[in-house]
Design a protein around this ligand. Structure first.
Ligand code: ADP
Ligand code: MG
Length: 683
């Protein structure tokens, strides 16, 4: 039968098939060559010997030298995966996905089989998986189910220099597990040369340093500070494209919005230049970019063209893009900052540190001598940038992490072995908030409610809403709202050239009650169309975000079953009087802390701290100015904005959080107003 098969192929087909085979072979060969050309390769045996002799090892090597993709494969090759998995953590989800995909390709296996990844709400692993890439937050959650991490023979806490909150907490936990489980190997890997701190923390673990390849990078600064760095980045990109020899460009900006703006500007201006310039291939990369589009940054640049990658600081050390010769650095990054006194957490565009700036510049010198264009002055670099970035644990809300540590039975958080402890005030604030939510009792111990809350991979306030929604008979609705909030602010699509249409479409979803109700409405209408893509398209809704929300919803429903929340029973329907008000009450039962009240000035003030805040222009309540609101989050741009708000009946606060609010809190300060009775809400 083999004969007849081949005889049925024409001569041409055979030639074609052979061509295919050889290209595939070529690719395979070149992957081997690529692997062997990485700076870490000559140190493979030395590294493995060091890990044989020591339980904990700190690995330091420059970005792009092969730590993340190669070390786990080396361990796999010599048998570390015979009796368990190798787990590798990444601070960012995009990195976990992209690196896993690359390693699967190198090992010639299907992603999700031997090599997989796990990020929040997305598990791409199977029983076969032996190399598991995951976000640091996911490994943290695994402790809840398996406190000794018995499924792993080796853990690699990667990108340790990033010092994310979850990585820092992991340090404390894995250090403890390693003491208990002598068979567990622990690798801490970092891109910075400042490894002594890691070594000291891990009881003097040896540091394995290997040299990277680094070509000189010429530095250029602006003469004056730039008023608009997005514009400056676009101009610099075009100047490089027109005047400089070949080589790709990497531009660091702070977030999706800026990246999209820069992308549009570049598209417009290159279109204007027409065929006078060679092709510029524009590739955005940021954390919420869909994975098929993420892959684009790694595609080889076509001959004669030039690639420009517009990235957040994800490309600083987590991802390495080959072929970059030019780096443009805006000098900023988005950072969380937290004020424990007011409880305000916000994402703020902040100057980067010198260490970050140098990492960014280093991206230009990986394959050949490069150039780095800093969109700030040399003086500013010297005098205004801090040496290093403050670890996230010292500038973020700890509610989530404290709840998780408490459910791991770690009660004494003040004495937890943090590499750099969080401010005591922040820790106390987190405990207070969890207490107010009912997750902790007077003794600071986890309550039954707290234990259930910890099951959800959500912020404690959201978890509380989900659990309380049972009492308000609106579990399905509240879960929907949580999912829609969890996908971020990417539900509505607003192309510049159709902004008016998009805004009108969006207004059609507005409902009394607030943005949460509006989001609920979007999802329910979509569901009624049987999840139609066309419907999304017609209504300026991003179908990708909606699908993601639907996926998350399925998972939350599963979790509800696990903590015995009655998902289906007695659900109110849209015709019931309390339908929307109950949803709002359930939201309020988690977010009562975020109450703000309208002032005569037209601004809002938070109830507890008297902090001035404003309704975000994107809110459906922007013009309505309800007297009392609860907000989902604060964002700081030009002012402090409340994003996603619901209208509140202040009496609910006494019903929902009697331990937290007194009658005097919600009474009108103005005597005259006091006589006007608030009409019942809900319609
Ligand atoms: P490190 O962790 O030391 O920074 P990596 O292991 O991430 O280095 O990367 C090693 C090399 O693998 C990079 O230089 C790059 O050439 C290649 N690489 C990594 N990810 C991809 C990808 N998704 N596609 C193509 N090449 C990749
Ligand atoms: Mg890496």
């Amino acid at each position: 039968s083999e004969d007849s098969d081949s005889s049925s192929m024409s001569e041409e087909e055979i030639v074609e098939a052979e061509k295919l085979l050889t290209t595939e072979e070529k690719q395979r060969l070149s992957i081997k060559q690529q692997r062997e050309s990485l700076p870490i390769y000559p140190y493979r045996d030395q590294l493995l010997a060091a890990l044989r002799d020591h339980q904990v090892l700190i690995i330091v090597g420059e970005t792009g030298s092969g730590k993340t993709t190669q070390v786990p494969q080396y361990l796999h090759e010599i048998g570390y995966t015979k009796f368990g998995k190798i787990g590798v953590t990444q601070p960012r989800r995009v990195a976990a996905m992209s690196v896993a995909a690359r390693v699967a390709q190198e090992m010639n296996v299907k992603l999700g089989h031997e090599v997989g990844y796990s990020i929040r709400f997305e598990d791409c692993t199977s029983d076969k998986t032996v190399l598991k890439y995951m976000t640091d937050g996911m490994l943290l959650r695994e402790f809840l189910g398996d406190p000794r991490l018995d499924g792993y023979t080796c853990l690699m806490i990667d990108e340790a220099h990033e010092r994310t909150l979850h990585t820092d907490v992991l340090f404390g936990l894995v250090k403890d597990v390693a003491r208990e489980r002598k068979d567990l190997k622990l690798l801490i890997s970092s891109a910075t040369m400042d490894a002594e701190k890691f070594s000291d923390y891990f009881d003097g673990a040896p540091v394995f340093k290997f040299p990277g390849r680094r070509y000189p990078v010429d530095m250029f600064y602006t003469k004056q500070p730039e008023a608009d760095y997005v514009e400056a980045a676009v101009i610099t990109t075009l100047q490089i494209h027109v005047t400089q020899p070949r080589g790709d460009i990497l531009v660091f900006l702070t977030g999706q919005e800026e990246i999209e703006t820069a992308q549009e500007m570049l598209q417009q201006r290159t279109r204007g230049l027409g065929t006078k310039i060679s092709e510029l291939m524009i590739c955005p990369i940021y954390s919420t970019l869909p994975s098929d589009m993420q892959a684009k940054i790694f595609e080889p640049t076509p001959p004669g063209a030039r690639k420009v990658v517009l990235a957040t600081n994800i490309a600083e050390t987590s991802l390495t893009i080959d072929g970059i010769i030019y780096v443009i650095d805006c000098g900023f990054a988005k950072q969380t900052s937290y004020n424990p006194r007011t409880g305000m957490e916000s994402l703020i565009v902040t100057p980067i540190s010198k260490a970050s700036a140098n990492q960014r510049a280093g991206r230009a010198g990986r394959v050949a001598p490069g150039k780095c264009f800093r969109l700030y002055t040399a003086w500013s670099f010297q005098n205004e940038l801090d040496d290093t970035t403050i670890p996230e644990i010292q500038r973020t809300n700890l509610g989530n992490v404290v709840l998780m540590l408490k459910s791991l039975g770690i009660n004494d958080l003040i004495h937890f072995d943090f590499m750099d402890p969080p401010p005591a005030e922040t820790l106390i604030r987190a405990l207070e908030q969890l207490y107010a939510l009912g997750a902790l009792n007077d003794e600071g111990e986890l309550t039954k409610l707290g234990r259930r809350m910890a099951e959800f991979p959500l912020d404690p306030m959201l978890s509380k809403c989900v659990i309380q929604s049972e009492a308000f008979k609106c579990v399905d609705q509240v879960i929907t709202v949580c999912c829609m909030l969890s996908v971020g602010n990417s539900i509505f699509f607003r192309p510049k050239e159709k902004a008016i249409h998009a805004d009108n479409a969006r207004k059609n979803f507005f409902r009394p009650g607030g943005d949460h109700i509006c989001l609920l409405n979007v999802f329910e209408q979509w569901k009624e169309t049987n999840y139609s893509t066309q419907w999304c398209f017609e209504n300026f809704i991003q179908v990708r975000s909606m699908k993601r929300a639907r996926d998350i919803k399925e998972q939350l429903i599963e979790l509800c079953k696990r903590v015995e929340i009655d998902y289906a029973e007695e659900t109110l329907s849209v015709v019931d009087d309390e339908y929307y008000s109950n949803v709002r009450k359930a939201i309020a039962s988690g977010f009562f802390y975020n109450t703000a009240k309208l002032q005569k000035s037209g601004n809002y003030k938070t109830l507890k701290n008297q902090h001035t805040v404003h309704i975000h222009p994107s809110s459906c309540m922007f013009e309505a100015l309800p007297k009392w609101v609860i907000y989902h989050e604060l964002v700081y741009t030009t002012k402090e904005y409340m994003r996603n708000i619901i209208e509140l009946n202040p009496d609910w606060l006494l019903e929902i959080a009697p331990h937290y609010y007194k009658k005097s809190d919600i009474e009108d300060d103005d005597k005259k107003e006091k006589k006007v009775k608030m009409p019942p809400k809900g319609k």
